[in-house]
Design a protein around this ligand. Structure first.
Ligand code: GLU
Length: 431
């Protein structure tokens, strides 16, 4: 496990440990997942052949409540990746004061290569394989990279068939028609915007009247929403990208047009749309690597993990980085960025809007009372801005990075919960 993602993730924990008073035993228990399940999912393909896919579900820690975390469909999914994502979920829920532990799931595949019917059979097969490992009071999945409300709907339906009772609270991020929460699909990007606005207002730079320039890597569910909020608030979004590459216009891109174009064609182009007519505007085609090193005020990595590492961190020129993806910066890159005076706001705070509204969805499913979009967004803002302010204050008090401060905050709440539960878990397996 020498250079695994999980080892890299837990290096952040080590940095925070010296600022908290939790016991060594508690800290030790937080370094390995509680349980990891690996499953094979046989799927009948449209041509009649059978393909067997590999899937995972990991419970990292459930001290603070049922475990929570998304399901990723991606060719790079591995047990190590799912374990590190489950680790981050544990600290994310603790940092946001959401009464859940951390989990994650994934299936190793490229969903773009499957037909809709194959994808549905795969999604149902995955739930068949993990049904005894999840549940509304034990472990609650949600969407993640390349999964969406439609897939969550199929999964909830399959779980309800297995249990022979309707179980909306087993999974969040469902279609609204099936008990999904209003505002869940935009929650990650909207939450990130609330954090960014709350923090920027406290930075000395906020006094400058010129609009801030922003580059956003990734134009998926999270990246496109945060880009749109920033555009609407008067920021100049100079570059965006998808997995195929990016576009750059120093005077700023028209984000609503690019969103519309992406919805129509599934591709990201530098367009300006007048009604339904979209035409290309002046721009430079750039690679994802070039986007990351643009000279901008704010860089938003909103794609996959490990985009900024020891190999390219010295090229980064942004003043502030807001991590909307999970784990986009490796631990060795943290030091290089800090030495360059770049302030990083961490994933476990910045992208926590998704799991926050997932929590609201679970509460609504269990109470049977559904909230308006305004109520969801108001509650999201309150919860995430409170966490952002507490973490930023801790960073100033301890003179640490915002990332270490976020882990300090999460550890304080996790440590208190672990201590309060007594010592039984230290000598009885699976307690
Ligand atoms: N996949 C999202 C995340 O990484 C959301 C998880 C959830 O809603 O449970 O935070």
């Amino acid at each position: 496990m020498a250079n695994s993602l999980l080892t890299d993730a837990s290096r952040r924990l080590d940095r925070a440990l010296k600022y908290v008073t939790i016991s060594e035993d508690t800290a030790e228990r937080l370094k390995a997942p509680k349980a990891s399940l690996k499953v094979s999912i046989p799927v009948r393909m449209d041509d009649g052949s059978l393909r067997v896919f590999e899937g995972y579900r990991v419970h990292f820690d459930d001290t603070r409540g049922p475990t929570k975390g998304g399901i990723r469909f991606h060719p790079q999914v591995s047990l190590d990746e799912v374990q590190s994502l489950a680790f981050w979920m544990t600290f994310k829920c603790a940092a946001l004061n959401i009464p859940f532990g951390g989990a994650k799931g994934g299936v190793t595949l490229n969903p773009k290569e499957l037909s809709k019917a194959e994808l549905e059979r795969l999604s149902r097969g995955y739930i068949d394989a993990i049904a005894n490992f999840i549940g509304p009071d034990t472990d609650i999945p949600a969407p993640d990279v390349y999964t969406n409300p439609m897939i969550m709907g199929w999964m909830m339906d399959q779980y309800s068939i297995i249990r022979q009772q309707r179980s909306p609270a087993v999974i969040t991020g469902k279609p609204v028609a099936l008990g999904g929460s209003l505002g869940r699909s935009t929650a990650t990007g909207t939450g990130a915007f609330y954090v960014l606005e709350a923090i920027m207002a406290q930075l000395p730079d906020s006094q400058k009247s010129t609009p801030k320039t922003v580059a956003v890597q990734g134009f998926g569910n999270a990246g496109s929403v945060v880009a749109r909020h920033l555009f609407d608030a008067g920021y100049t979004v100079v570059a965006v990208s998808d997995s195929r590459g990016g576009i750059y216009t120093p005077s700023g891109l028209d984000i609503p047009s690019i969103q519309k174009f992406k919805a129509d064609t599934r591709s990201v182009k530098a367009v300006y749309c007048d009604g339904s007519v979209c035409s290309l505007v002046d721009h430079t085609v750039i690679t994802n690597e070039e986007l990351l090193s643009l000279d901008v005020d704010i860089l938003i990595p909103a794609a996959l993990e490990n985009q900024i590492t020891g190999a390219n961190a010295d090229k980064i020129q942004a003043r502030y980085i807001f991590e909307v993806a999970n784990g986009p910066i490796s631990a060795d890159a943290d030091d290089i960025l800090e030495a360059k005076g770049i302030t990083v706001f961490p994933d476990i705070l910045v992208n926590a809007g998704g799991v926050t509204v997932s929590y609201f969805e679970w509460v609504q499913n269990r109470s049977g009372l559904y909230w308006s979009l305004e109520e969801v967004n108001q509650r999201l803002k309150k919860q995430i801005v409170t966490a952002a302010n507490t973490i930023w204050q801790l960073a100033k008090t301890h003179q640490t990075s915002a990332r270490t401060a976020a882990y300090i905050h999460a550890l304080n709440s996790l440590g208190a919960a672990m201590d309060a539960r007594g010592t039984r878990a230290d000598y009885v397996r699976n307690s």
